[in-house]
Design a protein around this ligand. Structure first.
Ligand code: TYM
Length: 336
């Protein structure tokens, strides 16, 4: 097995247009920290081929890819320090997905909760939505990634990718390393309404780059501990989404104090949210500045994506050469 010398990190995000604070706390902020550290080989992918598994408007998609790329760079994914690219620019993703589909039992896909949720009550469900996790496994395996930083909602898909590696290696010989999940403190940010995870499709998000006023209005109205009805009631931080966010953006001393003051009713929810807002602000100011600069120079981000795709393609070509060989695919090389 040819494995990368440094730990190799891969992760992906759908081009939903706007990042929300769930994406950021659960994934993108961790990615940016890894870019800053420079200890690993880092690949980050805007997964447009995953985004077409539900209804979409072709004319919007490219625009959303552009916005996502710009915002990721603004968040700290410096294209000089990591490989940032768009999935469909490297066609080997879909090629490998087909091959992996042939070591993936139907039963494994039947169990995927995200498919169940997204297809529930719908008459028109696409094969692509069902085989979505196979494409996700291909994304990771194509680069022989060893670490995959994701939010908690992607863990089941990642487990399937690990199972795929075991099945593939058993059938064709040791080719792929088993990717390990990396989970951040904010790996499950709930929606503002407290109804399940924060998700654009549920309309319960705060966009990361929302103007400060509406950011605060939304945060102010966000669901907390449902049993804390009066200011004098002690709160339960362990069930409070605001506390989860504090754990991500506030210092450990502040988190400790928050716990203490909440459980003894010395701090009310609005004050707690004000402190959180200040801490968000502190982190977001440099990101907003960088975003405004990038907005003025869209060609820089487009060039970075082209360079990223070229680099990713070189790695993908090498893996696919091995894949075809061990699977016995393709014609014998001429003269071979
Ligand atoms: P996506 O685009 O839904 O989300 C991108 C990342 O954000 C995390 N996330 C959250 N974290 C905490 N709380 C939330 N409310 C929240 N909402 C989203 C997600 O866990 C994710 O890490 N299938 C993936 C994209 C993908 C991928 C891959 C990821 C495709 N191929 C290969 C890793 C490796 C997805 O739809 O993420």
């Amino acid at each position: 097995m040819i494995v990368p010398a440094k730990p190799r990190v891969f992760s992906g995000i759908q081009p939903s247009g706007e990042l929300h604070i769930g994406n950021w706390l659960g994934a993108v902020r961790t990615w940016a920290a890894q870019v800053e550290e420079q200890r690993e080989d880092l690949l980050f992918c805007i997964v447009d081929a995953h985004a077409i598994t539900v209804e979409y408007e072709p004319s919007d998609l490219r625009q959303r890819i552009d916005v996502m790329a710009r915002d990721l760079v603004a968040c700290g994914l410096d294209p000089d320090k990591c490989t940032l690219f768009v999935q469909s620019d490297v066609r080997e993703h879909t090629e490998l997905a087909w091959y992996l589909a042939n070591v993936t039992p139907l039963g494994d896909l039947h169990r995927m909760t995200q498919f169940k949720e997204k297809s529930a009550g719908k008459e028109h469900v696409l094969v692509g939505l069902y085989t979505y996790p196979v494409l996700m496994a291909a994304d990771i395996l194509l680069y022989k990634a060893t670490v995959v930083p994701v939010g908690d909602d992607q863990l089941q898909h990642l487990e399937l990718a690990r199972e795929t590696v075991r099945r593939y290696n058993f059938r064709f010989g040791e080719l792929f390393p088993e990717p390990q999940p990396r989970i951040s403190k904010g790996s499950r940010i709930m929606g503002l309404d407290g109804q399940g995870k924060m998700s654009k499709s549920k309309g319960n998000t705060i966009a990361l780059f929302e103007p400060r006023e509406s950011f605060w209005t939304k945060l102010r109205g966000a669901f907390t501990d449902p049993q804390r009805l009066r200011r004098s009631d002690p709160g339960r931080p362990e069930v409070c989404n605001i506390y989860t966010m504090h754990k991500s953006v506030s210092s450990s001393d502040e988190v400790e104090l928050t716990y203490e003051e909440c459980t003894t009713a010395r701090r009310g929810c609005i004050d707690c949210k004000k402190i959180l807002m200040d801490n968000f602000d502190r982190e977001l100011v440099p990101l907003r500045t960088r975003r405004a600069e990038l907005k003025a120079h869209p060609e820089r981000v487009r060039q970075a994506l082209a360079d990223g795709a070229a680099k990713a393609r070189r790695m993908a070509t090498e893996t696919m050469r091995e894949v075809r060989e061990v699977m016995g695919l393709g014609a014998q090389p001429a003269g071979g």
